[in-house]
Design a protein around this ligand. Structure first.
Ligand SMILES: *Cc1c(COP(=O)(O)O)cnc(C)c1O
Length: 392
């Protein structure tokens, strides 16, 4: 009964689409041969470079994050090439499976759930690879399943310390536009993201940024087919070649608006907003955990993402909480991903178009749900979260 009103999808993607973005997309397709749409597409390229903090190349695809995984790998790998996947959870494992599907040899380094990538183990694996068979290190910046954020600079340092020539490839699907990430400053060779998380758009577009080292690797790669080839997409001599077919017309208008919003706010301010709101979430969760079973999946705040927070409860309790918040308050929380038992884990998405009232609303709803379900929890969580917002 209390769920009537605007529903809120507080999950780690698709994130909340701003009304401005929805309005921008609500139009008939214009001329796709000349004029406005071509100019709009060209205008996206510098904005996409800016949001990734890179001066290098970008290719756009119609696809989700899984498509971006395949796009990035197929441009740098040949069959039988080896990749190193220091995996922190569900998304590292998923990406490794895509590499396997492309007939790469995959070497994985597993970590405990909630831990970030261990750069020392990456360095060890690189040192052991004396004849440099590893072509690429695949690092997920923020593993959306556990909400652990890995230190990409430390992985770059491991590559540099060993003098290993492997490419550094970063998955920023969850973190782009949420957690600070600067492709060029970090020495990342290939980076990928999708439209429906920090970029605040509907699902359906994905992006691969690559530098000249990666472009050079492309000339040796034999996995790539014309559709996935980033060379033509990043240097199209006709509008059609940006997409290798029909453009995602309405999506482009939405993306233009979303990138305008990020530019108006300023990327550094966007990152700072996410950080404060994430701290409000952690503070509340820590307070609840003082008097009950709720636990943040990532213990060390330095390793927590600013885009999503994964949490554990007792068996069955996370599912019960998710149904309660949806049915009684119109808030959909994220499911636990890749964790056992699945009904003991849930996630709060706080990525993209989120502000203090949305985050405080979600936290208040969770508190109500814990109370209604009789799940023990510590006191003062909302007060503590409000203090984080008040002192920002
Ligand atoms: C969401 C996500 C993906 C997969 O994106 P889809 O659009 O669901 O295919 C990949 N990696 C990370 C880190 C993600 O958060």
């Amino acid at each position: 009964m209390l769920a009537h009103g605007r529903p809120y999808l507080a999950i780690p993607g698709p994130s909340v689409t701003p009304d401005r973005v929805l309005r921008a997309m609500h139009r008939a397709s214009p001329d796709i041969y000349e004029g406005e749409l071509l100019d709009l597409t060209e205008s996206l390229i510098p904005s996409l470079r800016a949001v990734a903090r890179t001066d290098h190349h970008v290719a756009i695809y119609i696809g989700n994050g899984h498509a971006a995984w395949e796009a990035a790998l197929s441009n740098i790998l040949s069959r039988g090439d080896r990749v190193l996947v220091p995996s922190t959870g569900n998304f590292g494992r998923g990406w490794a499976a895509v590499a396997q599907g492309l007939h790469a040899e995959v070497e994985t380094i597993d970590t405990d759930p909630g831990a970030p990538i261990d750069p020392a183990r990456v360095e060890q694996a690189l040192r052991a690879d004396k004849d440099h068979r590893i072509r690429a290190v695949l690092a997920v910046h923020v593993d959306t399943a556990t909400s652990a954020r890995s230190d990409i600079a430390a992985i770059r340092a491991a590559l540099d310390a060993t003098g290993h020539p492997a490419l550094l490839v970063a998955d920023c699907v969850a973190s782009l536009g949420c957690d600070r990430f600067e492709m060029d400053a970090l020495g990342v060779d290939v980076m990928l993201a999708a439209s429906q998380k920090g970029l605040m758009c509907p699902p359906g577009m994905c992006f691969v940024w690559f530098n000249d080292r990666a472009a050079e690797a492309r000339t040796r790669a034999d996995c790539v087919t014309p559709y996935w080839d980033w060379t033509t997409r990043a240097n199209p001599d006709s509008f059609w070649l940006y997409w290798y077919g029909t453009a995602p017309v309405q999506g482009l208008y939405g993306l233009r608006e979303a990138l305008d919003m990020i530019e108006e706010e300023g990327l550094d301010n966007v990152w700072a907003r996410h950080e404060t709101l994430a701290r409000a979430v952690w503070t509340a969760c820590e307070a609840w955990g003082q008097g009950g079973p709720l636990r943040l999946s990532v213990g060390n705040p330095a390793h927590r993402s600013h885009a999503v927070t994964a949490l554990g409860l007792g068996p069955g309790q996370a599912d019960a909480l998710r149904s309660w918040t949806k049915q009684n308050a119109g808030v959909t929380l994220g499911v636990g991903l890749g964790r056992e038992p699945a009904d003991a884990f849930f996630r709060i998405g706080h990525m993209g178009h989120v502000n203090a009232h949305m985050v405080l609303g979600v936290l208040g709803t969770i508190e109500a749900g814990l109370a209604a379900l009789g799940i023990p929890h510590g006191k003062g969580a909302l007060e503590a979260a409000a203090k984080v917002v008040a002192s920002a």
